[in-house]
Design a protein around this ligand. Structure first.
Ligand code: TNX
Length: 488
């Protein structure tokens, strides 16, 4: 019999409340079945897959009988909270929503091996858990380097283990345009084709059907896709495909270097808004989630007045098509409607625009680069990654609090946190994984677990257990010397 090495609290993100009862372990055996109440069958099947892989047993899912019970109850768990009771005879998982049950499944997963055969023991006791922030996200830059659908799906599977519930896709930039827009086909046939991406090494794009497939795949894992169309800067790829989007209407050359801040849509041209409205309408129609990210960062080639003119016209278009606008915090230089969500990404200690937006009722997403940027190098010896925001070792990714990051932006002003992975230096999904793990679990815990639970020594001990898990899942990770990884 395989004794689970994990104790009840050895979970990332650490649960809000954990009450171990060491004498109350539950053993998954050949007769174990899952009883999934009406409306919980899909999550029941996801849990069964985890138990089947760990034990080799059949683990049927039924509505009527089973010793692992999933049920929905209206007991103040919130949108994603859950309660887990493990006793020798019965495992009970209760939540107010299927998303809460799914979160509980991610907890249970950490108690069993990734793969194995024979009985497995779950640690006895009770967990009562719910997230600190509603928005816990990862951004993947598919513009500087494109990642095909199956790789993004595998990435999604890897990040949901840490209760990440949004995946932000940076779909457009100077070096490439990665989402088919039916009314503007050259965006992808030209700027998603061969030779696009940094060094020309990242061609490809998602058709509308691919994107719909990804949205559905994510939804089945309770992840909301957040599409980003970056504007008014970062638009060289759009201007290569459609010269009418430049100031003089003359075509620009494709760019595959890493420079930023040289391209801009033209705030004074009506063609600009015809284009932007078409794109926003199509992306909104493809996206069931509530958010549409309009970029807005590093618009160094857009005069400040033009930036204001542009944002003032474009923000209402996002609302017109039923979405809330997220934008990088530069967007907060203009008067924002309180539905707009600035995302802070820099390293400075203060930001007046974001503080003013928060005071006016906007929610804020925290992504300070010196803590949450997954494209920063862990240490100076690394080949991959950049270092403009400094080196980000695991303890830096863990050792901060989002509610104390910016004056005027406290707990109540926060929608949540996002870790961002820019792909200028990345060439493969293996690179993506190594930059993501083990730092993403740190940001995920910051986003989910109560502030009072934060404890680096506890975190690094719990994190160590993921080394062998990632190896078994064939997920690459950076073997940070800050973590005492178990010997293989
Ligand atoms: C800044 S972060 C950018 C991106 C780069 C990134 C590299 C942000 C909103 N803009 O254009 O890819 O730095 O770390």
């Amino acid at each position: 019999m395989l004794i689970g090495t994990n104790r009840l609290g050895d979970v990332i993100p650490v649960p809000a409340q954990v009450r171990p009862v060491p004498a109350a372990d539950f053993t998954i055996h050949s007769g174990t079945a899952i009883r999934a109440a009406a409306g919980t069958g899909a999550v029941g099947e996801q849990l069964a897959e985890v138990f089947r892989a760990a034990t080799g047993f059949a683990v049927p899912v039924r509505e009527t009988a089973g010793s692992v019970v999933l049920q929905l109850e209206d007991a103040g768990h919130g949108d994603e909270g859950y309660r887990l009771d493990i006793t020798p005879d019965l495992v009970t998982v209760c939540a107010g929503t299927p998303a809460g049950l799914f979160a509980a499944v991610q907890t249970l997963r950490q108690f069993v091996p990734v793969a194995g055969s024979g009985e497995v023991t779950l640690p006895g006791g009770q967990i009562v858990d719910r997230p600190r922030f509603a928005y816990r996200s990862v951004m993947l830059d598919v513009a500087r380097h494109f990642f095909p659908l199956d790789e993004v799906k595998a990435y999604l599977d890897a990040i949901v283990q840490f209760k990440i519930n949004h995946l932000h896709l940076h779909l457009t930039d100077d070096q490439g345009w990665r989402l088919e827009i039916k009314g503007w086909p050259d965006l992808t046939t030209v700027s998603g084709g061969p030779g696009t991406g940094v060094d020309g090494a990242g061609p490809g794009f998602y058709t509308a059907a691919d994107y719909a497939d990804l949205v559905a795949y994510a939804a089945a894992r309770f992840v909301t896709i957040v599409p980003e169309i970056d504007m008014p800067g970062h638009v060289n790829a759009a201007q290569v495909a459609y010269p009418e989007l430049t100031a003089d209407g003359v075509a620009v050359a494709p760019r595959t270097d890493q420079a930023v801040g040289y391209s801009s849509l033209v705030a004074g041209k009506e063609e600009t808004y015809a284009f932007v409205e078409d794109v926003i309408r199509e992306v909104a129609a493809l996206t069931p989630g509530p958010y549409l990210h309009i970029g807005g960062d590093e618009a160094d080639a857009t005069p400040a007045d033009d930036y204001r003119t542009f944002m003032t016209r474009v923000l209402p278009l996002v609302a017109k098509y039923g979405k809330s606008a997220i934008g990088w915090h530069e967007m907060a230089a203009v008067e924002l409607p309180d539905s707009a969500i600035p995302q802070f990404w820099r390293v400075e200690a203060t930001n007046d625009g974001v503080a003013r937006a928060a005071a006016n009722g906007s929610k804020v997403i925290m992504s300070p680069a010196d803590r949450t940027y997954l494209d920063m190098k862990y240490d100076a010896g690394m080949q991959l990654g950049l270092d403009w925001a400094g080196l980000v070792e695991v303890d830096r990714a863990y050792g901060w609090d989002p509610a104390e990051r910016l004056p005027g932006v406290g707990e109540d002003a926060l929608l949540g946190v996002e870790a961002a992975l820019w792909s200028e230096t990345l060439r493969s999904i293996t690179d993506v994984q190594a930059m993501t793990f083990p730092r993403l679990p740190a940001v995920a815990e910051i986003g989910w677990s109560p502030r009072s639970s934060h404890d680096w020594e506890s975190f690094r001990r719990r994190l160590a257990a993921f080394g062998p898990r990632w190896t078994a899942q064939r997920i690459s990770f950076h073997p940070s010397p800050q973590i005492d990884w178990p010997a293989a």
